[in-house]
Design a protein around this ligand. Structure first.
Ligand code: AMP
Ligand code: GLY
Length: 421
């Protein structure tokens, strides 16, 4: 198949890598891709979605897969579908599940899907009044997309009020913060669950855990994610079933009723409180770095799953997963997540260790290529992935691989998967 992948991260790299590992022949295009994806296919530079759809048409692209949320919220799926192209991802309307936290919270409430107690408002008085009904910590969220930074966990009522004022005045997040959600703090453990949906049916992937904080022991600022592992032993069959019955099924049925059937990846951020799954949020795409560890666990065809999901035929296939575990350790740049970093040359040692050769790989993200040299370009640079028969074995292998990658300012967490060990 000729496949186009939108995005530039490790997530998109890992999808392409999994597809190229299939028995069938495929040709991959990226828009825009990164400095390493041109080893897997062709990087394009066509930012206008209409022009990109025309390119896809002219070049007989059979399937387009959208990685990040921004193009989805901008309606890229609608544009491609209007030109009769097959594309994996939700429509602009369905993407509101991620694009607007207010839409998402109201949807959860309407369809009785368990979530934290909340108020959505543009009124500072109402927001302040609601905080008085909560005990600290108090969670304050900006409505729109803020690149993962729109959530403040305030440790006191005063801190919550400052966050509310700054959001509603447009000071902290511009127009994305002109409506806010104030909600109760849920105390439990967090999971990333992914359902690949075709509007009607879905396939639930093994549950993962991300590590959002920058530093070991879950200290420091929030990031896009510093590492992940799957499947997590923190989820048993009973919990999977609760998520199916209480979250995924009502969401797919509800979105159909709303006239916006959900196609694409439903990423459910879950807090497990006393054994009960509470939905923190939805995203409408794969998590990054979660995707990098889920893709290598799939033993059935990844491209076929995306194709069937995009053509409402998921019920025709069975998706299979390896019995192994995967651990992904993110290597970020020196100044991440605060500011950009000066590009630094990446040196990857030749691998001699059999285990490392056979059971690890790298998914490249924030890298550029210049005169044949790969540079760490800032942000999250790459993910070292280890596979193994246990989480410990997978983790040890991932860290062995990390030891063989070098660039100035390299930053990693050393405790990925600690909750499972
Ligand atoms: P969100 O963008 O809504 O996923 O929030 C980012 C992170 O903030 C989540 O992954 C959680 O770690 C944390 N968080 C969000 N809402 C809550 C809540 N109600 N209680 C506790 N932690 C939360
Ligand atoms: N790793 C979490 C996210 O992609 O939002």
């Amino acid at each position: 198949m000729k496949i186009l992948i939108l995005g530039a991260g490790g997530r998109e790299y890992s999808i392409a890598r999994a597809i190229l590992n299939e028995d069938q022949e495929h040709e991959i295009f990226f828009m825009p891709g990164n400095g390493a994806t041109n080893n897997l296919g062709t990087n394009l530079d066509i930012k206008d979605y209409d022009k990109l759809a025309d390119y896809a048409k002219e070049n007989s692209i059979e399937l387009t897969i959208v990685g990040p949320e921004a193009p989805l919220v901008d309606g890229v799926v609608d544009i491609f579908k209007a030109k009769d192209l097959t594309i994996f991802g939700p429509s602009k309307e369905a993407a509101q599940l991620e694009g607007s936290k207010v839409y998402m919270k109201n949807f959860l409430a309407k369809y009785n899907i368990p979530t934290a107690k909340y108020i959505e408002t543009a009124s500072i008085e109402d927001a302040f009044k609601f905080t008085e009904t909560l005990t600290a910590p108090i969670v304050v969220k900006a409505d729109g997309l803020c690149g993962g930074k729109g959530v403040i966990i305030a440790q006191s009522h005063d801190e919550a009020k400052v966050a509310i004022s700054e959001m509603l005045s447009g000071k902290s997040f511009g127009s994305a913060g002109l409506k806010v959600i104030v909600e109760e703090f849920l105390d439990g453990y967090e999971l990333s669950m992914f359902a690949v949906c075709d509007g009607e049916d879905y396939i639930l992937l093994p549950a993962a855990q991300d590590h959002k904080r920058l530093l070991d022991g879950d200290e420091g600022p929030n990031t896009g994610g510093m590492g992940a592992y799957a499947p997590t032993p923190l989820v048993d069959e009973e919990l999977y079933q609760k998520v199916r019955d209480r979250v995924i099924r009502p969401t797919l049925d509800g979105m159909k009723k709303e006239g916006a059937p959900f196609e694409g990846v439903l990423f459910i951020g879950i807090m497990v409180v006393n054994g009960e799954p509470i939905t923190l949020e939805f995203n409408v795409r794969f998590g990054d770095p979660e995707c990098e560890i889920l893709m290598p666990l799939m033993t059935s065809s990844v491209s076929d799953m995306f194709l069937k999901a995009s053509t409402n035929r998921l019920s025709e296939i069975k998706v299979e997963f390896s019995k192994q575990f995967a651990v992904g350790v993110v290597m970020a740049s020196g100044n991440y997540p605060y500011s950009s970093s000066t590009p630094a040359e990446i040196i990857v040692d030749e691998v001699h260790h059999e285990d490392v050769k056979n059971f690890t790989h790298i998914s490249y993200a924030g890298v550029s290529l210049e005169d044949g040299v790969l540079y760490a370009d800032g942000g999250r640079v790459l993910v070292c992935v280890g596979l193994g028969d246990s989480i410990k074995q997978a983790r040890d292998r991932a860290y062995l691989r990390c030891g063989q990658v070098h660039y100035a300012g390299k930053k990693i967490r050393t405790d990925i998967a600690y909750q499972a060990l």
